[in-house]
Design a protein around this ligand. Structure first.
Ligand SMILES: [Zn+2]
Ligand SMILES: [Zn+2]
Ligand SMILES: [Zn+2]
Ligand SMILES: [Zn+2]
Length: 427
């Protein structure tokens, strides 16, 4: 049962010395700070339902420093209040207290003892496979991008050494060490995403960028610029450090990762990816899997038909169902987004880079004259062969300040066949 204020105060006053002389503010801060550290205190506990009898030494020195009281007082307060604190709901820590947390928490030399207001832990303190207590701790400094700006944080991972497990657990996923496979936990899309080794992002922030792109055509570069200039108010001084600067790559990665997690979740599956290759290649591989699936299985939205979107009109077409033809409404804003593909007709091999004209297989085509049906090799440093007409065309193309329509008219007059799209300035 939660103790009353009278019980707490009488327990404190029963202890002689500095403990009884504490101000109510310090007592309140001790309770809230210790409660905020509950996940840290739960590490290595055989039973997390019960509070530990004593605090780990690094937590004692942290609390003593941050509250300006001695170590013995902290230990006494914990002995009196530990049951009460363990049952409390998450307490509010105001922004100036968070700064104190970050300043004092970073002072210790040992990495695995460092603390900050934002701490990321795996959801387990025991291995879900073999039920062993996970006590091999690793902690790294990270940046947490939130709607209120970037903050320093620490990410903790726990490893199970059991021969059959060999797994390291992180906030959103675990990594099978032998097979280098990352498996996301079977849970709803989390509020915080482990984006890269040293950065985490609020999903709400990623969704904000998605809305900016969807409704206002903001590019990822501009999303990052807006964030760095308008939202990133944290500490003013620190935000100039590169680790607190959000990049367009991070904006894209968060969008892709959140979308993949949602997609896999919607289909009742857990996202699995390789851990031993570069992140962009992993995300690309998964996006390709998703595209393949949509090509073969279609999308549920595509099958939608209601009386508003679809009309059935009479038709004479042979074989039509009951003499009716379906007419479907299409909404378009007139903007056509091109799909870069290999210039060889019907080649479906993806381009290595969106700026390429040919796929890897047809890359030797770049050494052939670009005129339709001309298979002569292109001159070195040029895109056309040595035939004078083709040469002239390219020279004209490279002229500055000429009207392309004039050239087209001239070519039509001269009876020259239409060149490949690569020389068309409108494509
Ligand atoms: Zn295990
Ligand atoms: Zn409809
Ligand atoms: Zn090709
Ligand atoms: Zn040619």
């Amino acid at each position: 049962m939660t103790p009353s204020i009278a019980q707490i105060l009488s327990a404190i006053s029963a202890i002689s010395g500095p403990c009884a002389a504490l101000s109510l503010t310090t007592l309140d801060q001790f309770i809230r700070f210790a409660r905020h550290l509950k996940p840290e205190l739960s590490l290595g506990l055989p039973d997390t339902a019960t509070s530990p009898e004593s605090l780990p030494s690094h937590v004692v020195s942290f609390l003593a420093n941050v509250l300006g009281v001695d170590i013995i007082t902290i230990s006494d307060l914990w002995t009196i209040l530990r049951h009460y604190i363990w049952q409390l709901k998450e307490a509010y820590i105001n922004p100036s207290e968070r700064v104190l947390f970050n300043e004092h928490g970073a002072r210790t030399a040992r990495k695995e003892h460092k603390l900050a207001y934002f701490m990321f832990y795996p959801p387990y303190t025991r291995c879900p496979c073999c039920n062993r207590i996970l006590n091999r701790i690793s902690r790294v400094a990270v940046t947490f991008f939130t709607k209120d700006g970037p903050f320093p944080a620490y990410s903790t991972s726990l490893r199970c050494n059991q021969e059959s497990c060999e797994t390291r657990y992180y906030l959103n996923y675990c990594v099978k060490i032998k097979t280098h496979i990352r498996e996301y936990y079977d849970e709803p899309v989390p509020d915080v995403i482990h984006l890269e080794d040293h950065s985490f992002i609020q999903v709400a922030l990623s969704e904000l960028f998605t809305s900016c792109t969807l409704f206002a055509w903001v590019s990822s570069q501009n999303c990052a610029l807006i964030y760095n200039h308008a939202l990133s108010a944290y500490g003013q001084q620190e935000v100039h450090e590169s680790k607190y600067t959000l990049t367009s790559t991070q904006v894209w990665r968060s969008f892709v990762l959140v979308s993949l997690l949602k997609d896999w979740k919607d289909r009742g599956q857990t996202l699995v990816m390789r851990e031993d290759v570069e992140l962009n290649s992993r995300l690309k591989e998964l996006m390709c899997q998703r595209n393949e699936r949509i090509i073969t299985e279609g999308q549920s939205e595509r099958l939608h038909a209601c009386n508003t979107c679809e009309k059935l009109i009479p038709t004479d077409i042979e074989g039509s169902y009951k003499g009716l033809r379906s007419l479907r409404a299409v909404v378009t804003d007139g903007v056509t987004l091109g799909h870069p593909c290999c210039k060889v007709h019907n080649c479906s091999e993806p381009l290595q880079n969106n700026r390429h004209h040919w796929c890897k297989t047809h890359m030797d085509q770049q050494r052939v004259c670009v005129f339709a049906d001309c298979n002569l090799p292109a001159r070195s440093g040029h895109r056309t062969c040595s035939q004078s007409l083709h040469q002239k065309y390219e020279d004209y193309q490279n002229l500055k300040g000429k009207g392309f329509f004039l050239l087209r008219q001239r070519l039509q007059r001269a009876g020259v066949q239409q060149p490949l799209a690569s020389l068309d300035p409108e494509t």
